[in-house]
Design a protein around this ligand. Structure first.
Ligand SMILES: Nc1ncnc2c1ncn2[C@@H]1O[C@H](COP(=O)(O)OP(=O)(O)OP(=O)(O)O)[C@@H](O)[C@H]1O
Ligand SMILES: [Mg+2]
Ligand SMILES: [Zn+2]
Length: 480
């Protein structure tokens, strides 16, 4: 029998089986049901989240002889031919390997001909961002005057690499990272169907480690099932297999740092290094851990943000409590800097990592006077004479129109930092603008977690309060 990986075997055949992308699948279903299908689509977003899957379902749905509510039936001749890949009317092109202008010219020639057996000719062009500039230009001509019997479905993880001329001619659908809960539910379903027994915590752990990619999560399930060899898949088993046992040793190391016990911290480091851990991998996991600890300081319920099992969160919260928020920021900066400099060292940076650990332990326990400089500190702007207590500061002049870069950002940060240094560290890396007319302050942050955290009621109120102190305005806080 042909071997099929689990994720291929369980590729959804109906829109309604696609998890976590309802904002896309509902629209597509309705379009098919109403006979209002567009001539060109772009499916973009995170990898392993259902782009190719939905492209194939859509190709079937528009050709199905008995579609139901916009979903294909998967049993008629047309659906069967597409499922088997035996029709010449649904063409999948991998733009990564056919990226030249010639393949697009060929395509433009073929597009003119009517479908041979099905209702519509569907071109699924994967990794479309890989096309050359000339190929895009050639494609554009077809998109300008598409024959009625043709549908294009482009898929990419890198929408930003597509020319605007293409983007404006396609209907775009964003495939989001799938939440751990939704992934775990799908894993539980597949496990049940496959007769695989697994602890719920084990499935959540796989879901979390997948980073929102369903394909990766199903891949983990397959590997873990093979390794459990018929036995139940346990949390510990997954942790060991997917290299998470290092994480508990990293926690030990950080614990030792908090006590200022450099020797104990070094011992853990040597053990990890002895297990042929790469220094850069070690440092970036340490950085991840420090980030998680910072989140613990930001909210009373870090489990909602950390996407870790309950007891793991408790462990982290206890560890976080051993550090002052400022110390965590400084340590992250130290590790981040070491990580950036690692290429400069010989012997893979082992000595540099050892020195870093000693310095960190010394600093965390207060034995080092000078805190290491904060990396992202903006140049402090000269601060105007402080307003007398109680007296409202002068409102800043309303901007003519639209958001303006916030000129008192440094001043705001300086006061805000005193109340919430961790959130301040995140906001520092965001760009900030004030729209005085609309009464808004807008932060554009690059980490989605920053949005979630800054929008917590307490944090939102804190930002507002400090904004008012600096600008005299009551501003709504918008985090993008
Ligand atoms: N939203 C989803 N619901 C259920 N299963 C999914 C989903 N997304 C992905 N999968 C599983 O992962 C496999 C791969 O998905 P797919 O090929 O659609 O991902 P993709 O978004 O095209 O990824 P890439 O960007 O790497 O091309 C599918 O066969 C399916 O088993
Ligand atoms: Mg794909
Ligand atoms: Zn059908």
């Amino acid at each position: 029998m042909e071997f099929k990986s689990l994720y291929n075997k369980w590729r959804p055949a109906f829109f309604s089986d696609v998890s976590g992308q309802e904002h896309v699948t509902l629209v597509l279903k309705n379009q098919v049901a109403a006979g209002r299908v567009s001539h060109a689509y772009l499916f973009f977003g995170s990898r392993g989240t259902g782009k190719t899957t939905c492209a194939r379902i859509l190709a079937k749905a528009v050709n199905c002889l008995n579609p139901r509510d916009g979903d294909p039936c998967n049993v008629c001749e047309a659906c069967e031919a597409i499922n088997k890949g035996s029709t010449a009317d649904v063409i999948e092109v991998d733009a990564a390997s056919n990226n030249g202008v010639d393949s697009v010219r060929d395509l433009r020639e073929q597009v003119k001909y009517m479908p041979s057996a099905l209702k519509k000719k569907v071109y699924i062009i994967d990794e479309v961002h890989m096309l050359s500039g000339a190929a895009f230009n050639a494609l554009l001509k077809t998109l300008e005057e598409p024959p009625a019997h043709v549908i294009f479905i482009f898929a990419t993880t890198e929408q930003n690499k597509l020319p605007a001329t293409i983007l404006s001619r396609v209907q775009r659908h964003n495939f989001k990272r799938i939440t751990p809960e939704v992934i775990a539910a799908r894993l539980a379903y597949i496990a049940k169907e496959e007769g695989i027994t697994a602890q719920a915590e084990a499935l959540s752990l796989m879901a979390r480690l997948s980073g929102g990619a369903m394909r990766d999560a199903i891949g983990f399930l397959e590997v873990c099932a093979a390794s459990a060899d018929g036995g139940p898949i346990t949390f510990e088993g997954v942790a060991a297999l997917l290299g998470l046992s290092d994480r508990s040793r990293l926690i030990d190391l950080t614990e030792a740092v908090s006590r200022g016990d450099a020797a104990a911290a070094l011992e853990v480091f040597w053990e990890l290094h002895g297990n042929s851990r790469e220094i850069s991998g070690f440092l970036s996991e340490l950085l991840d851990l420090l980030r998680d600890l910072q989140f613990c300081h930001l909210t009373k319920d870090p489990s909602a943000y950390l996407e870790l099992p309950e007891d793991e969160c408790k462990k982290l919260a206890a560890l976080a409590a051993k550090f002052k928020p400022r110390t965590l920021i400084a340590l992250s900066d130290m590790v981040g800097e070491a990580l950036r400099g690692i290429g400069r060292y010989t012997a893979g940076g082992k000595t540099a990592a050892e020195l870093l650990i000693i310095k960190a332990a010394l600093y965390a326990s207060g034995g080092m006077e000078q805190p290491p400089p904060l990396a992202a500190q903006p140049a402090a702007a000269p601060i105007k004479a402080a307003a007398a207590p109680g007296a409202a500061p002068q409102p800043t002049q309303p901007a003519a129109e639209g958001p303006k870069p916030f000129d008192k950002f440094a001043e705001f940060m300086e006061s805000f930092e005193k109340d919430n240094p961790i959130l301040a560290a995140f906001l520092k890396s965001a760009s900030c603008a004030v729209d005085a007319q609309k009464g808004e302050v807008i932060f554009a942050a690059d980490h989605p977690m920053v949005k979630k955290l800054a929008e917590l009621p307490d944090n939102d109120a804190l930002i507002k309060r400090h904004m008012k102190a600096v600008t005299g305005l009551d501003l709504r806080v918008i985090i993008k």
